[in-house]
Design a protein around this ligand. Structure first.
Ligand code: AVI
Length: 324
């Protein structure tokens, strides 16, 4: 299932892409900068979403299976932080698989509110879930989860628990991550709880391999953005003239993904011609990594109090519970 195909992530890569910018405007803006860049949200067309699904199953890409392991083994403890008759609000629901683990472990949950920008996909997921879980209200909200949105009136009087798994928060610049948490707090309201999955700082070799796998799936995922520009914006990128480059930047605590030009070349896209020198890159994604402490500090700066943290035995990933 191409979970994210229909779940367009609205996070920023290096800079916030202006909300109103079209893809064409964004490309002209990003490729016109001295360090060429593109927002990672444009990875997720149908092909990119399928490739991301493939990434999550790669032996080197530990985050998805590690987080699932933490949720499965510690959901009963997490349940202790979920109030009676609560509404679980999931920000950016690519798949309901992780929420389902929490719902199954916390029978006190009375409502589930998956929030996603893609209405068709969300409704498909909600219909499927209703067949399996019939004792809670499933109330999908079609909205860009990074912007302000209204919660359904049916949960007005319920305690709220936000859920943001997948370490998607790592794809925000840290100041945008803090702003997202602040806004989630405003949406959920006073007294809310939040459960967030966050990838941890670890050995550089493990991180490098996770974003540059031996089978070349992440390379295909990165290069797919060139194919998308060719198809949607009349571009003439030669995919063989660029290579995937991913590395852990230890000073910035982030994986950087780039597309490196293998030769001097001119490329036309969206009616504009861009000059690439050999070795020049387009910066396509950042994926920030946190220590337990550095994420708690970020959450605190956004008004949240750390309640508990669950990790795996290798200390690769952390699931944090926060309280407003
Ligand atoms: C969606 N996000 C959490 C992934 C990550 O690990 O930052 C995106 C990704 N990029 C390359 N591999 C996976």
């Amino acid at each position: 299932m191409a979970a994210l195909a229909r779940s367009v992530l609205q996070y920023s890569a290096r800079h916030e892409a202006a909300a109103s910018e079209t893809f064409a405007e964004h490309v002209i803006h990003g490729l016109g900068d001295s360090q060429k860049w593109l927002s990672a949200k444009y990875f997720y067309d149908a092909a990119g979403s399928d490739l991301f699904e493939e990434i999550t199953a790669l032996p080197e890409y530990y985050p998805t299976r590690t987080e699932l392991g933490i949720l499965e083994s510690r959901a009963a403890e997490m349940s202790a932080y979920i109030p009676l008759a609560a509404a679980l609000v999931e920000f950016g629901t690519g798949s309901t698989r992780k929420a389902r683990i929490i719902i199954d472990a916390a029978p006190q949950i009375a409502a589930y509110v998956p929030v996603d920008i893609s209405g068709d996909f969300l409704n498909e997921q909600a219909t499927e879930l209703r067949k399996q879980v019939w004792n809670i209200a499933i109330l999908p909200v079609v909205a860009d989860f990074t912007r302000d949105f209204d919660l359904p009136p049916q949960i007005r009087n319920r305690p709220r628990v936000g859920f943001f798994p997948g370490s998607t928060i790592g794809n925000f610049e840290p100041q945008d991550a803090a702003e997202f948490l602040r806004q989630a707090g405003r949406i959920l309201g006073p007294g809310a709880t939040m459960i967030v999955g966050v990838d941890r700082i670890k050995d550089k070799a493990v991180l490098d391999a996770a974003y540059d796998d031996a089978a070349g799936v992440t390379a295909k995922f990165n290069l797919n953005i060139l194919r998308r520009m060719n198809r949607e914006l009349g571009g003439n990128f030669d995919l063989a003239a660029f290579r995937h480059k991913a590395f852990y930047n230890e000073a910035e605590h982030r994986i950087e993904m780039h597309l490196e030009s293998l030769k001097d070349q001119n490329v036309t896209v969206a009616g504009h011609t861009f000059v690439f020198a050999k070795g020049e890159t387009i910066h396509t994604e950042n994926s920030y990594k946190y220590t337990v402490e550095s994420f708690r500090e970020l959450a605190q700066s956004a008004g949240w109090r750390p309640l508990a943290t669950w990790t795996d035995e290798r200390d690769y990933f952390a699931v944090h519970a926060l309280k407003l």
